[in-house]
Write a protein that binds this ligand. Structure first.
Ligand SMILES: [Zn+2]
Length: 154
């Protein structure tokens, strides 16, 4: 699946099967929110982001309307991943059980904090929000973070 972000003129590529695997993990935690990290790599010109896998956080808080992951223990994980596979942290994902894929003020603030954090930081992290029911993924929306804004891919 190939998506395009017209604001930054960049592409995002993710395998449909991978997206389904992420959704399945989210559905297992229904009706609570759940999420984690996205990993992948950019093309040499930084125009295309390939999402290759997802990681579950080592510790997190997930309730009906909130998901907060800790980046505890992730720094060494990501540095090993880069050494082994030349892939790295590219962003975040979480579910909105029976909700929309629109982001909340809390979601935006979390991305602002992530960009300034030293443990897992890249310039324009992506955010994947998955609307899920107890059985299936309803919708999935990717956003790119840029200058305190979240801009959707189409
Ligand atoms: Zn959210």
């Amino acid at each position: 699946m190939k998506l395009y972000n017209k604001h930054r003129k960049v592409e995002l590529i993710i395998d449909q099967k991978l997206l389904e695997r992420i959704g399945k993990k989210g559905i297992e935690h229904f009706p609570n929110e759940f999420g984690g990290f996205l990993i992948g790599k950019y093309s040499d010109d930084y125009k295309t982001l390939f999402i290759s896998d997802f990681i579950l956080p080592k510790s997190y808080k997930g309730s009906r309307y909130l998901f907060e992951r800790s980046s505890k223990g992730m720094k060494s994980f990501f540095s090993n991943l880069f050494k082994k596979k030349k892939e790295y942290y590219v962003g975040e994902w979480h579910t909105h059980p029976n909700g929309s894929t629109g982001f909340s003020a809390t979601d935006l603030n979390a991305m602002i904090n992530i960009e300034s954090s030293t443990s897992v930081s890249i310039k324009n992290p992506v955010l994947l929000i998955l609307s899920v029911s107890a059985q299936k993924i309803n919708q999935a929306t990717f956003y790119i973070y840029d200058k305190k804004k979240l801009l959707p891919y189409e």
